[in-house]
Structures are given as structure tokens and as C-alpha cells.
Design a protein around this ligand. Structure first.
Ligand SMILES: [Zn+2]
Length: 228
């Protein structure tokens, strides 16, 4: 968690039991560095002036209390985004498959938290919604799994996804998630484009009934993850 950006981040106390927890009035100062066995990058220590205690930079991170270094999580995330599967990553990093699975899960959760935080903070105005589904599989190709995705079509901003069967049930969950994130006004009509799968039409009728929208079914070829 090296801060190489030019913007100065406002530091806050991450300790839940501290009276200054997350307060922006509090003063946080740097207080030395330390090195751990699992990670040779020095980690920053801080001092919480209001609560009069020290804490480590990992206190800000979900990696706190977890095994593995920042570097190992970073490697796993990178190999993952290059499209390597769990077994291949385990082989490259010479780790147990379960270790990699655990890391992938942590990375996924953290990514999702960050995404939701971002969406709520900036306030999404979705003008043109595009939904599509792509299929994947669990362990072997007989266990098909569908990934339903939602994008803001103009900007290709990733709004959300749902995993499940290729049914209205999964589409309902996707649309529910979108509804929570977007800002909906009466002034602009939401435009929605999907492929011909009836699940989307059903889900829009079920979930978006009080939001004015225009719906367009397209003959779109399915995405593969690499084209997103
Ligand atoms: Zn504190």
C-alpha cells in the first residue's frame, strides 16, 4: 500500500475500538516502518494522536490478519486477470490450490466492496443500460454457469454482475442490484438494450415497474470475457 500518487490521502484511525475511529478531525502521523517475514517491502506504522496508539498500514486493509504478503496477493490478482485458472496460478506460485482459492476469494470480495463504494460515492447516472450474459463453467464443462453482466453502454462502465442459471431468477437479481446503484429521475428515460433472452424483459417488468424505461432487444453476439 505505497502511496505513490500525488494526491495526499486523508488518513484516519482504522481501529474500531478507538474513540477517534474514522474521524477526519483526528491527527494521524507517520511513526516508523517495519519489515515482516512474509513481505520484504517495508510497512508503514502510524500514530493515532486522538486515541494515543500506533497502528500499521495493514490496519486499513482487508489483508490484516491474513496470511500472505501484499506482493503475493498482487501476483495472484495479476495472474488471474491474465486469464490463468486456479490450478495454473498454484503451479506458477508453487502454492497449494486452496491457498490460491482463498486469495482469489479475498481479492474478489475486496474488489466488489471497492466497486460498490465507488458507485455509491460518485452516484451513477445510467443513461443507456446494456445487459448480456456469458457462460462459464465450474470445474468441468458439464456444470455450466452463467454470468449476467450489466454495463453502461456509452462508457462501458461496469455496473454489476450475477452468477447463476440462465433464467429470470438470475436476471431479477441483476436488475435489483442496478436499481439500488442508479439515480432515477423522471426527466430522462432509461434506455435498456439486451439480447433476445426473455429473462431480461421479465426482470425489467418485475423490478423496474415504477421507473420509465425504453427497451430494445438486439441481436447481439455474446461477449467473451476478453472483449469487455
Ligand atoms: Zn485511534
Amino acid at each position: 500500500m505505497q502511496n505513490t500518487a500525488n494526491t495526499a490521502l486523508t488518513l484516519f484511525c482504522p481501529r474500531k475500538s478507538c474513540k477517534c475511529y474514522q474521524s477526519t478531525e483526528n491527527k494521524i502521523t507517520k511513526d516508523g516502518v517495519y519489515i515482516t517475514k512474509s513481505d520484504f517491502e517495508p510497512r508503514q506504522m502510524f500514530y493515532c494522536n486522538g486515541g494515543k496508539h500506533r497502528f500499521s498500514e495493514t490496519g486499513y486493509s482487508d489483508l490484516f490478519g491474513k496470511h500472505g504478503s501484499f506482493k503475493e496477493y498482487e501476483q495472484t490478482a495479476k495472474l488471474n486477470s491474465y486469464g490463468l485458472g486456479t490450478d495454473a496460478i498454484a503451479d506458477v506460485l508453487q502454492k497449494d490450490r486452496r491457498t490460491i482459492e482463498q486469495r482469489q476469494k479475498t481479492i474478489g470480495q475486496k474488489g466488489q466492496q471497492f466497486h460498490l463504494f465507488l458507485c455509491f460515492t460518485i452516484g451513477l447516472t445510467i443513461i443507456f443500460l446494456q445487459m448480456d450474459e456469458l457462460w462459464s463453467y465450474l470445474k468441468n464443462k458439464s456444470q455450466q454457469l452463467w454470468v449476467f453482466i450489466a454495463l453502461e453502454s456509452t462508457t462501458k462502465f461496469w455496473i454489476g454482475f450475477e452468477l447463476g442459471s440462465r433464467t429470470t431468477y438470475t436476471a431479477n437479481r441483476l436488475v435489483k442490484g442496478i436499481k439500488k446503484l442508479g439515480k432515477w429521475g423522471k426527466d430522462n428515460i432509461l434506455k435498456v438494450a439486451t439480447d433476445k433472452l426473455a429473462a431480461y424483459k421479465n426482470a425489467l417488468e418485475n423490478i423496474m415497474s415504477e421507473i420509465p424505461y425504453a427497451y430494445l432487444q438486439l441481436e447481439i453476439s455474446h461477449y467473451s470475457p476478453n472483449t469487455l
